[in-house]
Design a protein around this ligand. Structure first.
Ligand code: PLP
Length: 400
């Protein structure tokens, strides 16, 4: 009998996508459902970017582009990396693909061997462990507790590294916690990594444009040329530029690593949509003042959400410095009873209760690697956000 492969049995489907689908289905039946699960901006792709894509179709830019990406986009990205991130990568050290997901997969496939370990700081984006497993590698989780602001501490990184460690995945601003690593945090990590030259650093900077601090988040590769030799900086257009559906991402790093990733991508993905690439070049080089304006709008929603959650009995949270998620602690509701008589025993029970009794969809902390927590996206129109927060608050107050 033909059976499924063993590899797939080690994976779990994306929790975020499952909940987003569930929210959509429930909304189709019941207009009162509010989904606080959105992993993308609630605003549209900018007009100049859309026009560039439309013009590309009209100009018949519809044939196979180069596998590593169009030269004009890679040149624009090279300038962007210098301008925004203090990174110096010529266009031939940049690889473009259909979003950041395939780039993370390609990096792991290209840079590590079966059974190697990859350090995944937790809480983590749900796809990191699964992508690591898909590549035949072992995720090694390092807990970043609330007391560290959910940021990886140098001593915890040092303790997790073994001779089998091949890579560490960093993500700042972070999904799900919104934590942003300071220069000091990153320098401490660099000091540890300099002692372990076999370790690659994959840094996912996809939320860089949604940061509430006074300065842009620092790219670890910009801190020290000795570390830059083994950093793969990964970024994409799905968040700040609101281009999730255009499927566009890029990686920059040492030439040999880029070539190896390209070999993987060349067979698995092929090049990324030519039209999206033309639009992407306009996004990074053209009018971008909306990035700052949208970030300030998110900051207002963040403040509303943080204040509301910290008022809810049994819940608490820190103030996130970036991304559009609130990472809340729900330890205080564990053991309490819902109006339906169910005892809340886990964060999964808590979000299930919120969905059932408040009609609000959020995600449990478990798939992000930390419990009892929950993730609430505030990438949603402010009046709807307020309504959702009122309902979650009422649910928490109704617990016995
Ligand atoms: N990295 C992080 C941390 C994310 O949160 C997401 C999307 O949710 C991605 C990568 C995937 O982005 P893309 O749409 O570029 O594949």
């Amino acid at each position: 009998m033909a059976t499924l492969g063993k590899r797939i049995s080690r994976l779990t489907p994306s929790a975020t996508m499952n909940m987003t689908d569930m929210a959509e289905r429930m909304r189709a039946n019941n207009a009162e459902i509010i989904g606080l699960v959105g992993g993308e901006p609630d605003y549209d792709t900018a007009d100049n970017v859309k026009e560039a894509g439309i013009a590309a179709i009209r100009a018949n830019i519809t044939r196979y582009p180069p596998t590593n990406g169009r030269e004009d986009l890679r040149r624009a990205l090279s300038q962007k990396l210098r301008r925004d991130n203090n990174l110096d990568y010529p266009p031939d050290q940049i690889v473009v693909s259909s979003g950041t997901k395939p780039l993370i997969h390609a990096a792991l496939m290209a840079l590590a061997d079966l059974g190697d370990e990859v350090i995944v700081p937790a809480p983590h984006w749900v796809s990191y462990p699964e992508t690591v497993r898909l590549a035949g590698l072992e995720p090694v989780f390092v807990v970043c507790p609330a007391s560290t602001g959910f940021r990886l501490r140098a001593e915890d990184l040092a303790a997790a590294i073994t001779p089998r460690t091949r890579a560490v995945i960093l993500n700042s601003p972070n999904n799900p916690t919104g934590a942003v690593y300071s220069d000091e945090d990153l320098r401490a990590l660099v000091e540890v990594l300099l002692l372990h030259p076999q370790v690659w650093i994959l840094t996912d900077e996809i939320y860089e444009d949604i940061c509430y601090l006074d300065k842009r988040p620092t790219s670890i590769a910009a801190l020290d040329p000795r570390i830059a030799e083994r950093v793969i900086t990964i970024n994409g257009f799905s968040k700040g530029y609101a281009m999730a559906g255009w499927r566009l991402g890029y990686a920059a790093g040492p030439k040999a690593a880029m070539n190896a990733m390209l070999t993987v991508l060349g067979h698995v993905m092929g090049p990324c949509t030519s039209i999206s690439q033309v639009a992407g070049a306009e996004a990074v080089s053209g009018e971008r003042s909306y990035l700052e304006a949208n970030c300030r709008a998110y900051q207002e929603r963040r403040d509303i959400t943080v204040a509301a959650v910290n008022e809810m009995p049994g819940l608490s949270c820190q103030t996130p410095d970036g991304a559009f998620f609130l990472w809340g602690d729900c330890a205080g509701v564990i053991g309490r009873r819902t109006p339906g008589g169910k005892i809340i025993q886990s964060d999964q029970d808590f979000v299930a209760g919120v969905m059932e009794h408040a009609g609000v969809v959020m995600l449990a902390g478990a798939p992000f690697g930390m419990s009892p927590y929950f993730r609430m996206s505030y990438s949603i129109e402010t009046t709807i956000l307020r309504r959702a927060l009122d309902r979650v608050g009422a649910f928490c107050r109704s617990l016995a």
